[in-house]
Design a binder for this molecule. Sequence first.
Ligand code: PGA
Length: 259
Amino acid sequence: MVESSRASAHDGLAIEVVADAAEMGRRAADVVVETVIAKPACVLAVPTGTTPLPFFTELIARRRRGEVDFSAAHLFCLDEYLGLSPDRPNSLTHWLMDAFIEPAGITPERRHLIPATSPDPEAAAAAYEADLAALGGLDLAVVGLGPNGHVAYNEPGSGPETRTRVIELTAESITQAGAYWPGEDPVPGWAMTMGIGTLLEAKRIVLIVSGDSKAEMLRRTLLDPMDDDVPASWLRLAGGRLSVIADRDAAGALGTATD
Ligand code: PGA
């Protein structure tokens, strides 16, 4: 386990390369468990998608073994399709409820859901930010990397100052979402997402990335100049508060940056 990982600093960032997605999940779970043990009433955010599945499996197993207790923890969702309520099977919140929120035992009053069905999305997004700020902001945000460089649903064009807001999805993200989209309804063209500026205020950010399809985007995220074209690159502004956990395949284009 330990010999399979190499950690190094590049631009002051901690990049940990591990053998595979399962090990990525275990290492990210270690950070969550550390956070919850240090502060049971911590404020967490976790991503949706394929990447976090081994991470959720690990956390749920640890909870079943009594190694972590999420009953005092708060969970803020990162993003949701505009107009979709959590009872809709295609909603990201619905997915996250099944994959993590319910099996982890996050209590209903500590689940903070993106207000994607509000008749006044702008005011609702501001209220979501205020709710988060009132709890002292995120203690830990675990995020994934979109194939087009998005983080949460901060699509290309998103800068480091962005807050929770409505955003138009790119054609690439709509195609990506289509892979998880059962039924006949089209994938919505709009979403509400926590902003990059919101994420950057987290006390700790963990970017998890697996698979060779993400290798070039991870290289651009970590090694190219930070740019709105690759919104995830702005996470580097968090400096030592950002950790990257990538499997060997995803780290394949980083070259000597991880040596
Ligand atoms: P994925 O999605 O884990 O399914 O690749 C990541 C993302 O779009 O944030």
